[in-house]
Design a protein around this ligand. Structure first.
Ligand code: ARG
Length: 565
């Protein structure tokens, strides 16, 4: 699309820098007042006139051309009308020229972004609490890739800690491989709970667990082998969910990967005089920054979560030379990230400013079932299964003759679950409701998919329409409903960039909902398959670009768009 703001800024003869003029120009909310507006209030002091007078003076000085066809001074504003036929032509040709990759750009070329997301814990279930990190991280992965960045997706596994010593003891006493293979993480969890139930009456268990843990650390063969067994069981389960969600990682280097990489950073922090002793432990005092100390080595010599994150950040910088490293982790860990980012900054790493905690709120289910403490977790897999089953029922009712129903139900159910984590700004807590996320008429992913399928069926009905061809008379498209839809589609590339800059996939989801709603209004007001061929052809192009942008937007969110529904 033409850069209308720059074109307009160059036409305003006011004593301000072009960049500032551009920043003041906004899109109008109501097309009947023009397409862009420039407020003159700021100029009053410099120009010693009232905003109303300034607007009138400036309006007289604007030179109209083929892009800007009219200007009006209204209550201290300059309102500009663009050549709407040209605007429509521009948007439609941009979408067609992109051939399915509308919104892509090369602004990220040569830059690398690491995204630490999902980051599951070995021997623990993959539950609804992991939905947001997985959905947001994966969407950011796709968004940054579309903008030309090199992206490194990292699953920073929780695969280190004394709990694995306990797991081995429990497994040797009460478990066996066949059951674990069959039952998966559920069985591992059962053993872990049993260990804690038995421990008070059998204190020797604690000592045994400690021993096994230190054998893991020393690389003892049996201990390692058992740990790898638990890891395989956990990841097998998690990976089937990732496949359904269309989520990918480039690195699975988790906490244990950094076991032998902490000595160097610790030594460096000591040399810089940042580490102090406190009751036998080694800490970095952060009281000056209003934070509790960052604990790095316990009195028994063992390292902590933060120690491994510090080592991991330094390692990632060396390995990938990232321009940004994002951590998509719940806001409960705010303090942890602030602390270790600060420690790296104090250590003199100027790239500490490129570490970003992309925080998000909590997910709970409508019936309140989300209490991890008591162990009755809601598995992500179960939520997806249920959403898919319900989607299948709805589709069967709406469209009983549809072939491929199972596949489409999967796409709709999975999409609904993902979208629930991507529709609002990250930081909001979410209450998940099956009925809400699967409402085909609501602001949901099924609604977007349904609109996409409807566009396809209109095009299929048209028969002789040549798709992907910019042609015809766009004057028939100069009406408020079409203009609104075209403008929204025209703003998609900027929305993709904004989503990346703000780490907010919801900027894309919200725009898609607006586009689908605008499309449905357009469709009600204007008969697409009109008998007037010029009109019909132009309108079909609007349908086609709508379909294209919805499909592309959904893909950036990790959601598939079935052709039929
Ligand atoms: N495994 C951790 C958890 O479940 C999340 C890890 C996030 N990434 C990191 N580098 N700290 O809480």
């Amino acid at each position: 699309m033409l850069d209308y703001k720059s074109i307009i800024a160059n036409k305003i003869k006011a004593p301000l820098e072009t960049a500032e003029l551009i920043s003041l120009i906004t899109e109008t909310a109501d097309d009947s007042f023009g397409d862009y507006a420039f407020p003159c209030f700021k100029l009053a002091r410099v120009m010693h006139m009232s905003p109303v007078q300034i607007a009138e003076k400036l309006a007289n000085e604007v030179e109209l051309d083929e892009h800007i066809v009219q200007v009006r001074a209204v209550n201290g504003y300059l309102n500009f009308f663009v050549n709407r036929t040209e605007l429509t032509w521009e948007v439609i040709s941009d979408v067609f020229a992109a051939r399915g990759s509308y919104g892509n750009s090369d602004i990220g070329e040569g830059k690398t972004v690491c995204i630490d997301y999902s980051s599951v814990n070995i021997c623990k279930s993959f539950h609804i609490g992991h939905l947001s990190t997985t959905a947001i991280g994966s969407a950011l992965y796709k968004i940054y890739s579309a903008l030309g960045y090199k992206v490194v997706g990292i699953n920073h596994l929780g695969d280190y800690g004394t709990q694995f010593g306990k797991m081995i003891v429990a497994f040797k006493l009460w478990g066996n491989r066949d059951i674990a293979e069959r039952e998966g993480v559920k069985e591992l969890q059962r053993l872990y709970v049993k260990f804690h139930q038995e421990e008070p009456a059998h204190p020797e268990l604690t000592e045994q667990a400690r021993e096994w843990f230190s054998r893991i650390e020393k690389g003892d063969k049996e201990a390692q082998e058992l740990f790898e067994f638990f890891k395989r069981i956990t990841l097998n389960e998690v990976k089937t969910v990732y496949e359904r969600l269309n989520v990918k990682f480039d690195s699975w280097n988790g906490e244990s990967f950094f076991n032998d990489k902490m000595a160097e950073p610790l030594q460096m922090l000591r040399e810089k005089g940042l580490i102090t002793e406190s009751q036998g432990a080694q800490i970095v005092d952060l009281s000056e920054y209003g934070m509790s100390p960052c604990l790095l080595v316990k009195s028994d010599g063992s390292s902590l979560y933060a120690t491994r994150d510090i080592a991991a950040a330094i390692w990632r910088k060396r390995e990938y030379n990232f321009d940004k490293c994002l951590y998509v982790v719940a806001y409960q860990q705010n303090l942890h990230f602030k602390q270790f980012f600060k420690v790296l900054e104090l250590a003199g790493f100027d790239w500490a400013k490129d570490l970003v905690h992309v925080a998000f709120g909590m997910v709970s289910l409508e019936d309140g079932s989300m209490s991890t403490r008591k162990g009755n977790v809601v598995l992500l897999k179960d939520v997806i299964d249920k959403a898919v089953a319900k989607a299948g029922d709805i589709i069967a009712e709406k469209n009983p003759d549809l072939s491929d129903r199972d596949k489409i139900a999967e796409q709709v159910g999975v999409g609904a679950v993902l979208f629930s984590a991507l529709e609002n700004s990250r930081i909001k807590d979410i209450v998940f409701s099956y009925d809400r996320v699967l409402n085909f008429d609501g602001e949901t992913s099924p609604y977007l998919q349904y609109t996409y399928a409807r566009c396809n069926s209109i095009i299929a009905k048209a028969g002789d329409y040549k798709s992907g061809k910019v042609a015809g008379d766009y004057r028939t498209l100069d009406n408020p409903e079409t203009l609104r839809l075209i403008k929204l589609i025209g703003s998609f590339p900027q929305a993709v960039k904004d989503a990346a800059v703000k780490y907010e996939p919801c900027i894309i989801s919200a725009l898609l909902i607006d586009i689908a709603q605008a499309f449905n209004r357009f469709y009600i007001e204007h008969r697409v398959l009109s008998d007037d061929l010029a009109e019909r052809n132009a309108r079909l192009q609007v349908v086609e670009v709508t379909a294209s942008v919805i499909k592309r937007g959904l893909a950036l969110l990790g959601i598939e768009a079935p052709d039929k529904m």
